[in-house]
Write a protein that binds this ligand. Structure first.
Ligand SMILES: [Zn+2]
Length: 268
């Protein structure tokens, strides 16, 4: 078992193998109960390891009602590793669940503000959810929760996508969204909006239970937790909720103008 700097070297090798980068920068290390942080300088490592512990506690309490270990391994002293890289030009974040080293691996690249702020919060939500679901959580719900911690710029982009669904009367098919990858902004917009809709309807605890049950049979889980008969009924109700939300944010003349220019319909 690797400890201290030996373990750090192993993690760095893993990260750079993963990213395809040619060489590793010198790293400072900070450790806590649940996390090991590798950063370009000690101050940043210390800041992020404290912030990670705080977020782990807060997000766990908000969604799971408790704090679970930040790893699922039984290896002693295993932690989730957070690798930080400051880059004003790029913004990149990934969480590798159950990394070969024993814990999860979070990789953050961006401005100092981003990697200590919204990027860290988004990925920490994935770490918390992995402690409950491992890698089996449906991606739409995983991103639907984590994206709630995004910055305002991303939230505005998603709101614009929702407005586009309404004005074009063109909607993502939930039967595909709920089983596929979430990569495009419109997919994030739909996943977050659907998460918000169900959380507002029944609260966070019910949502987590629904997500856990939905992997067996989505229609049965919808009926049991929300009294919704089927996925097609959920599609209808969600679209109506988005229409009302968007119309509440737009002036009537803007909506009328946009509907005149509506494109062909796909799903209603
Ligand atoms: Zn994510």
């Amino acid at each position: 078992m690797l400890h201290g700097s030996q373990r750090a070297v192993g993690i760095i090798a893993l990260v750079f193998f993963w990213s395809g980068a040619a060489s590793a920068p010198a790293a400072s290390i900070a450790s806590s109960t649940h996390f090991t942080v590798l950063a370009p300088n000690q101050r940043l490592a210390d800041t992020v390891v404290q912030r990670a512990e705080t977020l782990h506690l807060r997000i766990g309490a908000a969604w799971l009602g408790r704090t679970l270990p930040a790893t699922r391994t039984t290896l002693p002293r295993a932690t989730t590793t957070i690798y930080l890289e400051i880059d004003e030009e790029r913004s990149f974040a990934r969480t590798l669940v159950d990394a070969p080293e024993g814990g999860h691996l979070v990789w953050l690249v961006g401005s100092q503000e981003a990697i200590t702020g919204h990027l860290l919060e988004h990925e920490l939500a994935h770490v918390v959810l992995a402690s409950r679901f491992g890698d089996s959580m449906p991606i739409w719900a995983n991103e639907g929760i984590a994206s709630r911690y995004d910055n305002q710029r991303r939230k505005i982009i998603r709101q614009q996508k929702l407005a586009g669904f309404v004005t074009m009367d063109s909607w993502p098919h939930l039967d595909r969204l709920l089983v596929g990858e979430i990569r495009q902004q419109w997919q994030y917009a739909a996943a977050v909006s659907l998460t918000d809709y169900l959380v507002e309807r029944g609260g966070r605890t019910k949502f987590i239970q629904f997500v856990a049950d939905s992997t067996d049979n989505i229609d049965t889980a919808l009926a049991a937790h929300y009294g919704i008969r089927s996925l097609s009924q959920l599609q209808h109700q969600w679209q109506q909720a988005v229409r009302e939300q968007v119309s509440g944010q737009q002036r009537p003349t803007v909506i009328a103008t946009a509907r005149e220019a509506a494109a062909p319909r796909y799903v209603r």
